[in-house]
Design a protein around this ligand. Sequence first.
Ligand SMILES: Cc1cc2nc3c(=O)[nH]c(=O)nc-3n(C[C@H](O)[C@H](O)[C@H](O)COP(=O)(O)O)c2cc1C
Ligand code: SF4
Ligand code: SF4
Length: 253
Amino acid sequence: MSGIIYYFSATGNSLQAAKVIAQKIDAEVVKITTKTSILCDKDVIGFVYPTFYWGLPALVARFTKKLKIEGNPYIFAVTTCGLSSGGALGQLNDILNKKGQQLSFGKTIRTVANNITKYRIKQKSISKLVQSQNKKANEIAEAVAKKQKNNIPKVGIISKAFYQLYLKEYPNSDKGFLVTSDCISCGTCQQVCPSGNIILKNGKPVFQHHCENCLACLHWCPKNAIEWKKTTIKKQRYHHPQISCSELKTNKE
Ligand SMILES: Cc1cc2nc3c(=O)[nH]c(=O)nc-3n(C[C@H](O)[C@H](O)[C@H](O)COP(=O)(O)O)c2cc1C
Ligand code: SF4
Ligand code: SF4
């Protein structure tokens, strides 16, 4: 059996889940970026990604549409979310169905919600959520190893409507980013960006308006020098404690 898990992750919740499952089924773990190979001939294919606005991150949607899947593999998906995943699994299934494929198994993992443009992360809740996330990822790994199947919920009308908000604003959402004088020109933001949306000009990040809205740059900046409008000022940044920044770097120098 050969397996591959495609993941998208900004703050490591999804990468951690992907790693736990990959270890159990001995699969390769591959980050979804604009440069990921679209040829896939594996027997087991997994997708692990955060929920964005009760839906599928646009980068994952575009990648899956392009993916050339050979044969009749067992396909599963896991979405990590802060509260509710809405249509995040159903949307992926719809895309696969159009390619003559289907999700055999899909699960949601509730974990730390990282969208600090909208709320604060409660420090106290982190260790409990991380523990329960890892427990759930292990349970999912067991199920995937046995090639279990379940029903993937259809995308509801409310999920569809909420997701439209994201589609409307995501590529240009980086117009809200501000870089403060605390920036030390380390390049981390540019290196963690999954879409090559950041270039450094005179050592400072400049956003290129094809943003995925993932917030990796904001959370991983070692100086907290990236703010989104005024909404993130003095708010705690987050990443999954078992994931390091270097694991998420795409654009290494
Ligand atoms: C733009 C954006 C939108 C989000 N929308 C939702 C949502 O609709 N429902 C939810 O429960 N969590 C939502 N979240 C929280 C993430 O899905 C959650 O924190 C996820 O585990 C992050 O995964 P990562 O660490 O792999 O990036 C959102 C986060 C971001 C950045
Ligand atoms: S990660 Fe932060 S400190 Fe480093 S270049 Fe980007 S904004 Fe500046
Ligand atoms: S600019 Fe920041 S929020 Fe936008 S895709 Fe890159 S890392 Fe994610």
